[in-house]
Design a binder for this molecule. Structure first.
Ligand code: SF4
Ligand code: MG
Length: 283
């Protein structure tokens, strides 16, 4: 066996058992960051006590990233555009013993699903929501999404976006989520850790995973190869501790903090609901 083959044999590929091999290859473009983030989810599940393929449900909406649920070998639900959080809430309330994870995109979660996102946060439902943010509507052809940064070219803003972008993490914090974190497809170990933290949180957890879309976003904005987009993420992301020390003038729109951004205690919705059922004589 050659040295290369030996090296290959030593790579831990235990994550593969979390994927439906008969659904592969996936439909994502070469160099898309979605696959990286999906692997981080699988590794976070593998490393978190109490999470198995039989007790974990993965729910997604519509969009490139939301196709991820179909590749994962769990009980999965691919739902309507923007509606993953309500479906997941129903599953969690009906079967509180299950772990429920949501995969969503920036368009799915913060545009058509924005209202559901707010109310999932304020209810503090025990969900782990992983928002794949590629700053664009990828699947439908590169339209501006609520997270497209100012000045960026899109199919609906061919001279540059003038809308100010939403910061999903700050919205989640303000709306009542109890765990809010961000990482990127470049920082794979860090992203896995951030997701694992969300899985352990008993309440609404949002993990924003910045992922590169070389096709619908990078190409229009001349961001280069997928590797160049990963370098852009590396250079743009600032660990929270360092971000907190940055003077305001250095917090430019191109830069963003990563890490555990916010965490608090709060009554979980399902527990409160059990109490209501008990009072109503249903338990
Ligand atoms: Fe990924 Fe963008 Fe291609 Fe969608 S359009 S699969 S987000 S690279
Ligand atoms: Mg998107």
């Amino acid at each position: 066996m050659s040295t290369d083959m030996n090296a290959h044999a030593e790579i831990d590929r235990s994550f593969e058992r979390y994927f439906r091999q008969n659904r592969l290859p996936h439909l994502w473009c070469p160099g898309c960051g979605n696959g990286t983030a999906l692997k981080c989810i699988a590794e976070a599940i593998e490393g978190t006590e109490g999470f198995t393929q039989d007790n974990t449900v993965i729910v997604s909406g519509i969009g490139c990233s939301s196709r991820g649920s179909g590749y994962m070998d769990f009980d999965t639900v691919h739902t309507a555009h923007g509606r993953a959080i309500p479906f997941a809430t129903g599953i969690k309330l009906a079967r509180p013993e299950l772990n429920v994870i949501v995969i969503t995109g920036d368009g799915d979660c913060t545009a058509i699903g924005g209202n559901h996102f707010l109310h999932g946060c304020r209810r503090n439902v025990d969900l782990t929501v992983i928002l794949f943010n590629n700053n664009i509507y990828g699947m439908t052809g590169g339209q501006s999404s609520p997270t497209t940064p100012p000045g960026k070219m899109t199919a609906t803003a061919p001279y540059g976006t003038i809308d100010r972008p939403l910061d999903a993490c700050r919205i989640a914090e303000a709306a009542g989520a109890t765990y809010v974190a961000r990482s990127t497809a470049f920082h794979v170990k860090h992203l896995t850790q951030m997701i694992a933290g969300g899985l352990k949180n008993h309440g609404f957890a949002l993990i924003e995973a910045m992922v590169q879309c070389p096709t619908a976003y990078g190409r229009k904005n001349k961001m280069g190869s997928p590797a160049a987009m990963l370098t852009w993420m590396k250079d743009s992301a600032v660990m929270k501790a360092a971000w907190d020390k940055l003077p305001p003038e250095k917090r430019t729109p191109e830069k963003f903090p990563i890490g555990l951004l916010y965490e608090c205690a709060g009554e979980e919705y399902g527990m409160a609901n059990v109490e209501i059922l008990r009072r109503a004589g249903g338990l």
